[in-house]
Design a protein around this ligand. Structure first.
Ligand SMILES: [Zn+2]
Length: 120
């Protein structure tokens, strides 16, 4: 049994979606591709996760840098703003957890993102 925070049904749909992504010749990033932001900052934005951890979450969004970069490419300004977002914004929302997938679990490892989860 695959370990997942998604329901079996959602996990199956998500796996199909990932397979579809990989079969595309051009590498498109679904995070860059997501046009609608739930919240915008100068260097970061929050988008809705279209494949939420629906086993545990009522609401599941993702915080990501505007640039398509991995964590170790974040510059000082981006890191400073992240800390502010965490202290001044996320703290005052209904999110219960800021979660980061381990690299081997991350489906989109080239675009750093954190999961913002409001529990059921
Ligand atoms: Zn990207």
């Amino acid at each position: 049994m695959l370990k997942t925070l998604r329901t079996q049904k959602s996990a199956k749909i998500y796996r199909k979606y990932l397979k579809g992504l990989k079969s595309h010749k051009k590498t498109l990033c679904p995070l860059c591709d997501e046009r609608v932001s739930v919240k915008s900052f100068k260097y970061w934005r929050i988008v809705k996760n279209i494949f939420p951890y629906d086993k545990i979450a009522n609401r599941h969004d993702m915080l990501l840098p505007r640039r398509h970069i991995s964590e170790n490419k974040l510059n000082e300004r981006e890191i400073a703003e992240y800390k502010k977002i965490k202290e001044n914004y996320i703290r005052n929302t209904n999110y219960h957890y800021i979660m980061e997938a381990n690299q081997k679990m991350a489906s989109i490892p080239n675009h750093f993102h954190l999961h913002l989860v409001e529990l059921k």
